[in-house]
Ligand binder design. Structure first.
Ligand code: HEC
Length: 159
């Protein structure tokens, strides 16, 4: 009789341990590597960060600094382009967009390129940058999002 009670006790303890383990896994904060435009929480985080860090130049509604964003300014720099579907953001794969935001193009290989966009590496974490990209991507029509997914799959970074 006693050993039966022991078995019940062991089983109950095991169940509690397994249950706790599963609960613990699901309550872990998620760390994101990559854009996740279908995740409402992540998109909301990116939207707040966009309003704070990007909207002043790229426009409150991602419309860009000016409708003439393709024309260089008198000093030779370019205005901030739109990030909505009318711009060219979706012509670039995630990995490239991430780099532009983290390091800015002033640190790219083309030293002659002058950009007024700051690098965000000391201001935003990698996860925060991905959340902003998720927000930007979430505003594009489905067809454009799908074309961008295909572009991401085809993209092979230069070695
Ligand atoms: C001080 C103004 C300024 C701020 C703030 C700024 N940008 Fe920019 N951004 C620019 C300008 C100007 C360009 C065009 C020149 C270039 O490509 O560097 C640009 C270009 C870009 C590009 C490459 C062009 C494209 O559409 O693919 C991306 C991506 C981008 N910005 C994202 C962001 C994000 C995200 C933020 C906020 C975290 C941000 N920028 C904040 C001025 C700004």
């Amino acid at each position: 009789m006693k050993s039966r009670a022991n078995i019940v006790l062991i089983c109950a303890t095991l169940l509690i341990v397994i249950g706790f383990f599963i609960f613990d896994q699901s309550s872990q904060p998620q760390t994101h590597e990559g854009a996740d435009p279908k995740n409402p929480k992540f998109v909301a985080m990116g939207k707040t960060l966009y309003a704070k860090h990007c909207a002043a130049c790229h426009g409150k509604n991602l419309e860009g600094q000016t409708p003439n964003w393709r024309q260089p300014m008198p000093d030779g720099t370019f205005p901030a382009p739109p990030h909505d579907a009318s711009g060219h953001t979706w012509h670039h794969p995630d990995a490239m967009l991430f780099k532009v935001i983290k390091y800015s193009r002033t640190q790219s290989s083309d030293k002659s390129f002058k950009s007024t966009m700051p690098a965000f590496k000391k201001i935003l974490s990698d996860e925060e940058i991905w959340s902003v990209l998720s927000y930007i991507k979430s505003t594009w029509p489905d067809a454009i999002q799908q074309r961008h997914d295909t572009l991401n799959q085809q993209y092979r970074p230069a070695q």
